[in-house]
Write a protein that binds this ligand. Structure first.
Ligand code: PMP
Length: 431
């Protein structure tokens, strides 16, 4: 496959844009380097690059594009919003409509606020939890990504239940000291954390179904126990549903699992492809936010008409009959096919899947936490990834990411993808 234009554009990009990309994972570092593909057009489940090569897309822009690229209803809603004026700086009826829609779908959101990204949503829930509890420390689970605000760019310490260390230059040691990282699915480590620091902890931040070291479900009872222990120690439970909300059903992962947090952060899908974030939760907690309360959060672009319109249109598409059945059906086909091919080529692999989101790991272990995901074979993933890309299948460029199906993928797309995977597994087996 000829990708001359991407080569040229990437060298030009590196002259002007730091690293040639505006978000680091796009630079193919997760697959041992290479030239990222410059896409110029997308429709439904497909991409076309600057050399006019066509791809079946499973990146879904890291998650938001569940309705497929350029969905006509979403595009039309954005166009109408643009014609009516892009930004007012005043309240609008659209904000009411969208807030109500979110609350109807995710009942734990007694009150919501719109922001512009998942990063902002999570960052603000932490601030509000601190304002509400009067405590400083936060617990997070190892390997979970919660955006790029200082507090959540903190890695695990050397053992379970240790204070964190900065995961990024520029995050101070003092900030890292406010964050405790424990392994996901390890309730004893969490219990030990609360016993040690319980009266200093404002909140625990949880991806109810992890999407950031592959798709990893909570062990039965894990989230219920997290809730119980957290509340016993007077702290709050925050769900980061930036990836998971509206991914598995029309609602949150919390509604899918039947376990509910005090506060929730949202993003990605709810913007239908435009920038968005939202947070919300119990009314007595949300009342800590300005203008009612002392915790400050604001935004020039927050609740802008285009993002609201796009989000409303996207949720309307997802509310149609059969959407999640379709995603699940194709996910199942893909999982079965990939596992059969791995066995055929004697490649050790495992698939974690929840409905239309899955991760293919190169390794035989069941993946329930970050250490296990981290121990899977990155070189094999890179070979597989590059082989798939060269055959016109666009995956996320990291062994830790998920494949996201959209409502526009078809059985025929899965069959084509599995034909490519047959060859890709053969290439993995040959090394
Ligand atoms: N939380 C989770 C679970 C995420 O996956 C991400 C982004 N991948 C974020 C927060 C940050 O969202 P954004 O990139 O919109 O700032």
């Amino acid at each position: 496959m000829n990708r001359n234009q991407s080569e040229l554009l990437f060298s030009e990009a590196q002259e002007h844009i730091l690293g040639g990309v505006n978000s680091p994972s796009r630079a193919f570092k997760g697959v041992g380097g290479g030239t990222p593909v410059f896409m110029k057009r997308a429709s439904g489940a497909y991409f076309w690059d600057e050399d006019d090569n066509q791809y079946i897309d499973y990146l879904g822009a890291y998650g938001p594009i569940i309705a497929g690229h350029a969905h006509p209803a979403i595009s039309q809603a954005i166009q109408t919003a643009a014609e009516n004026g892009l930004l007012y700086g005043t309240p609008t009826k659209l904000e009411n409509q969208f807030a109500k829609k979110l609350k109807d779908a995710i009942p734990s959101l007694e009150k919501v606020r719109f922001v512009n990204s998942g990063t902002e949503a999570v960052m603000t829930t932490i601030r509000v939890a601190r304002a509400y509890t009067g405590r400083d420390k936060i617990v997070k689970f190892a390997g979970c990504y919660h955006g790029h605000s200082d507090l959540v760019l903190v890695a695990a310490g050397s053992g379970p239940a240790t204070l964190g260390t900065p995961d990024s230059a520029g995050v101070t040691k003092n900030i890292a000291k406010e964050v405790i990282t424990v392994p996901f699915n390890d309730i004893e480590a969490y219990r030990a954390t609360l016993e040690k620091w319980g009266d200093e902890i404002a909140a625990v931040l949880v991806e109810p179904i992890v999407g950031n070291f592959g798709m990893v479900e909570p062990a039965p009872g894990f989230l219920q126990q997290v809730n119980e222990l957290t509340h016993k120690h007077g702290a709050l439970v925050i769900y980061d549903e930036v990836i998971t909300a509206f991914r598995f059903m029309y609602g949150g992962a919390q509604d899918y699992l039947g376990v509910y947090p005090d506060m929730t952060a949202l993003g990605k899908i709810i913007g239908g492809g435009l920038p968005i974030g939202a947070y919300g939760g119990r009314v007595d907690i949300m009342e800590k936010v300005a203008p009612l309360g002392p915790a400050y959060q604001a935004g020039t672009m927050a609740g802008n008409p285009a993002s609201m319109s796009s989000g409303i249109a996207c949720l309307d598409v997802l509310a149609e009959d059969g959407v999640y059945e379709h995603l699940n059906h194709l996910g199942e086909m893909l999982e079965d096919g990939l596992m059969k091919l791995a066995r055929k080529h004697h490649v050790q692999a495992t698939v974690n899947r929840v409905k239309g989101a899955l991760t293919l790991y190169f390794g035989s272990e069941t993946i329930t936490n970050y250490d296990q995901a981290n121990a899977t074979n990155g070189e094999q993933f890179s070979i597989f990834f590059k082989s798939m890309l060269n055959q016109g299948i666009n995956l996320a460029p990291s062994k830790f990411e998920a494949w996201f199906l959209t409502i526009k993928h078809t059985e025929q797309d899965i069959i084509k993808t599995l034909e490519a995977a047959d060859y890709a597994f053969a290439e993995v087996a040959a090394t």
